[in-house]
Design a protein around this ligand. Structure first.
Ligand SMILES: NC(=O)C1=CN([C@@H]2O[C@H](COP(=O)(O)OP(=O)(O)OC[C@H]3O[C@@H](n4cnc5c(N)ncnc54)[C@H](OP(=O)(O)O)[C@@H]3O)[C@@H](O)[C@H]2O)C=CC1
Ligand SMILES: O=C(CO)COP(=O)(O)O
Length: 345
């Protein structure tokens, strides 16, 4: 069994630590707050973030060097905005034999970089092709209860993805592999924007028809942008694509859905984020996707609408009206263009 360092003691870092400890691994759950490490080690719980008893195999620590030293795998699970800071801090201690995995879902505003690209820039000894992402429809709350969950791990070097698959795979946590890291990271990050929209729709009092429309047309936007950036269009029909989109748009566990729901009910963004107390990745990813869509010259009306709501202080009901009254068009236009692109036409 391996020593594994999990960097980030929020809800997802804690849930992934449970999976690893269930598999018999010796888990170091690193937090930047010493008092949180003490609390976890004394109570075997991480109450602020997850309602679960933690297995004995998890030891929390605020000592980064001790956490990663001798680890066979290092798993980054801090929010996107903290990735560079934590990667810079951990770089001097990383041993080349360790595989680097991340389970963070976001795109960096301004640089428009995916998390694996940010890690590649910050970690001296790792090549881009070695970095692994873990993503899929997986709310921490259900993983902690060992409810059946499926995710995908991806790396350009498939043997790295297989090592991650072996590390996490168990009877309630089924892990697939893929080499489409671009599609998998984009699917996981962009669905958060659509989940904000699904929450807004519910907050406004709209029903299942509206939500199904958002999910379906949201998937078309994600696939259009993703394909323009080199992703395999089929990835968006998989777990880290439509799978994660469904779970995030329809679950009360989703922080993005919950934040959107409060916005739809009329609360202000700053108040909503303060109230959440956990990361709502879709907000910063909206900034990045809005710019990416312009750079790639891709039409993304739902992303534009969420951008207007979050950053241009537009009224939610007005934005829905604007989406509904866009120019008439043929439904499968976007898919036809994705297929043509995939076939090199
Ligand atoms: N929750 C889930 O079900 C899932 C989440 N994800 C993704 O995982 C990532 C992490 O999310 P999640 O765990 O839910 O977020 P949470 O908000 O639950 O926790 C974030 C954690 O990161 C810590 N943190 C924040 N900034 C820093 C920093 N600069 N240095 C060190 N630690 C820091 C926080 O510390 P502090 O307590 O001090 O604020 C906290 O422990 C996100 O990208 C999310 O999209 C992916 C799949 C499922
Ligand atoms: O990515 C997730 C589930 O797969 C978690 O989504 P939220 O961050 O919206 O809770």
């Amino acid at each position: 069994m391996a020593k594994v360092a999990v960097l980030g003691a929020g809800s997802w870092g804690t849930a992934l630590s449970i999976v690893l400890a269930d598999n018999g691994h010796d888990v170091r759950l690193w937090t930047h707050r010493a008092e949180q490490a003490e609390e976890i080690n004394e109570t075997h719980r991480n109450n602020k973030y997850l309602d679960a008893d933690l297995p004995e195999g998890i030891k929390a620590s605020s000592d980064l060097e001790a956490s990663v030293k001798g680890s066979e795998a290092v798993v980054f699970v801090v929010p996107t905005k903290a990735i560079r800071e934590v990667a810079k801090k951990v770089d001097p201690f990383l041993e080349k034999e360790a595989i680097v995995i991340h389970a963070t879902k976001g795109i960096e505003p301004k640089t428009m970089k995916r998390v694996s690209e940010m890690l590649n820039e910050e970690l001296e000894n790792y090549e881009y092709k070695e970095i692994i992402v873990l993503s899929g429809p997986s709310h921490a709350e259900e993983v902690a209860q060992r409810q059946p969950t499926t995710v995908t791990v991806s790396s350009l070097q498939i043997e790295h993805a297989v090592r991650a698959q072996n590390l996490f795979f168990n009877e309630s946590f089924r892990v697939y592999t893929s080499n489409d890291i671009v599609g998998i990271e984009l699917g996981g990050a962009l669905k958060n924007i659509i989940a904000l929209g699904a929450g807004v729709s519910d907050g406004l009092g709209y029903g299942d028809n509206a939500k199904a429309a958002l999910i379906t047309r949201g998937l078309a936007e994600i696939a259009r942008l993703g394909t323009s950036l080199g992703a395999n269009p089929l990835t968006f029909l998989g777990l880290p694509g439509v799978g994660d989109l469904i779970v995030t748009c329809t679950s009360v566990h989703s922080r993005n859905w919950r934040a959107g729901n409060l916005l739809g009910k009329g609360d202000k963004l700053e108040a909503v984020l303060e109230q959440m107390g956990m990361v709502v990745e879709g907000v910063r990813t909206t900034e990045a996707a809005y710019e990416l869509a312009r750079r790639q010259n891709i039409e993304m009306p739902i992303v534009d609408a969420i951008h207007q709501l979050l950053f241009e202080k537009r009224d939610a009901a007005e934005i829905v009206q604007q989406l509904m009254t866009r120019t008439k068009r043929e439904e499968m236009d976007d898919f036809a263009s994705i297929l043509r692109k995939d076939q090199g036409k």
